[in-house]
Ligand binder design. Structure first.
Ligand code: 2IP
Ligand code: CA
Ligand code: CA
Length: 378
């Protein structure tokens, strides 16, 4: 029944394990924080180890889910390309091989013969993850995978992941930065309509375990399919004193435009996925972003969870246009199947018009009314 959900959750747990391992094992950690210097300058593979970690996670999810659902195989995409150039100028296609030994041999090639690192990663890639979550047995929805596709952000908030601060304290429940904002994001959407259907957010660094540098992960999921809305989370209440979460780089003009609604209740946090999670958890009533700095792989999974909780995510510039034209129901939700016309590379999949993530429709309307009143200022 919930076979797709279970398979994606298991893949997200394996992804979280790999993300943790890269910070925990010296052989990998030293590569993760490697600086560009001297003779190593040309060895792209070392400088790009963080990208390799991302690529590997993406390939593992693709491989594990593709094996169970072959019809999805060609429709699982993510942020990263799996082609790597090693120190000898050879292009290596990073992929999960049939056996652990073969994967280790391939990784050794990418990692310039760093055998210990390659073997650690290969073991994590080929481990079997068994989910023990009785709640999943009650999920009785069958999603017809023939018309679905998947967006993956293997690690969102990479900067915080590399920086690796595990000691940042939350402000009113929200972590402004640090490892807590590094997340694995997986979203399933309908290839024809572009609507999000199933989302997973995995927090690899949810809780530190002893000894130090070891972490416990936590996952959240949501399904919005036909008339079915299910989630591991409960729909949060509207806060009595509304609060918004923003990027620390958000334009001052937008911050000022939001002040009539939120007063001093503007919170700042790293990671687009993390800010969406804050809304799903009820730590903020909205995440407003004025720029096109997020991508389909950032928003698809969290969007499905928000829909499952009765909320959603709109395209800010389109929603403002509709609002100003008096067309207020429904406001245009983000979709996931169409690239931006004329754009190249990653920009093809940008959420170009910015976004508003919300749980309560009335709160979205309050945001739109506030921004419409200040529309020419940001
Ligand atoms: C990034 C990451 C950044 C976010 C940006 C995303 O993805 O989540 O933190 O910016 O929008 O595209 P901000 O932190 O200002 O919200 P990645 O880390 O995967 O590149
Ligand atoms: Ca991202
Ligand atoms: Ca990423």
């Amino acid at each position: 029944m919930a076979a797709l959900l279970k398979s994606l959750l298991a893949a997200s747990e394996k992804a979280a394990c790999i993300a943790q391992l890269c910070r925990q094992e010296e052989a990998l950690f030293s590569l993760l924080i490697e600086e560009k210097r001297g003779a190593d300058k040309n060895k792209k593979f070392l400088q790009d180890f963080k990208t390799l970690a991302d690529v590997l996670i993406q390939e593992v999810i693709k491989h594990d889910v593709g094996q169970k659902f072959p019809e999805l195989q060609d429709h699982i995409r993510g942020e990263e390309s799996n082609k790597f150039e090693n120190g000898l100028g050879e292009t290596v296609v990073v992929q999960v091989c049939p056996t652990q030994q073969e994967t280790a041999a391939l990784l050794e090639k990418v990692l310039d013969r760093k055998q210990a690192a390659a073997e650690l990663l290969a073991a994590a890639i080929h481990q079997e993850v068994v989910l023990s979550d009785p709640a999943l047995d009650d999920v009785a929805v069958t999603i017809s995978t023939e018309s679905m596709a998947v967006w993956i952000d293997p690690i969102d908030s990479t900067n915080q992941y590399i920086r690796g601060r595990g000691d940042v304290l939350p402000v009113d429940g929200i972590y402004p930065s640090g490892l807590r904002s590094a997340l694995v994001l997986i979203g399933v959407y309908n290839r024809h309509s572009g609507e999000p259907v199933l989302g997973i957010i995995n927090e690899p660094f949810f809780q530190e375990k002893l000894p130090a540098r070891r972490w416990q992960s936590k996952y959240h999921w949501g399904i919005s399919y036909g008339g079915t809305r299910l989630s591991s989370l409960s729909r949060p209440q509207l806060r009595t004193s509304p609060r918004v979460v923003l990027s620390s780089n958000e334009k001052v003009a937008l911050q000022e435009a939001l002040t009539p609604l939120y007063g001093q209740q503007l919170c700042f946090a790293s990671g687009a996925g993390y800010k969406m999670l804050c809304v799903a958890l009820g730590l903020a009533d909205a995440y407003v972003l004025s720029e096109g700095s997020t991508f389909k792989w950032d928003s698809c999974g969290p969007h499905a969870i928000l829909l499952a909780l009765g909320g959603g995510m709109v395209d800010l510039s389109e929603a403002l246009k509709s609002w100003q034209a008096g067309q207020r129901k429904p406001l245009p939700e983000l979709t996931y199947n169409k690239p931006v016309e004329g754009a190249l590379g990653a920009e093809r999949w940008a959420n170009q018009g910015g976004l508003v993530a919300y749980i309560h429709r009335e709160h979205l309307e309050a945001v739109m009314a506030t921004l419409a009143a200040a529309a020419n200022t940001f």
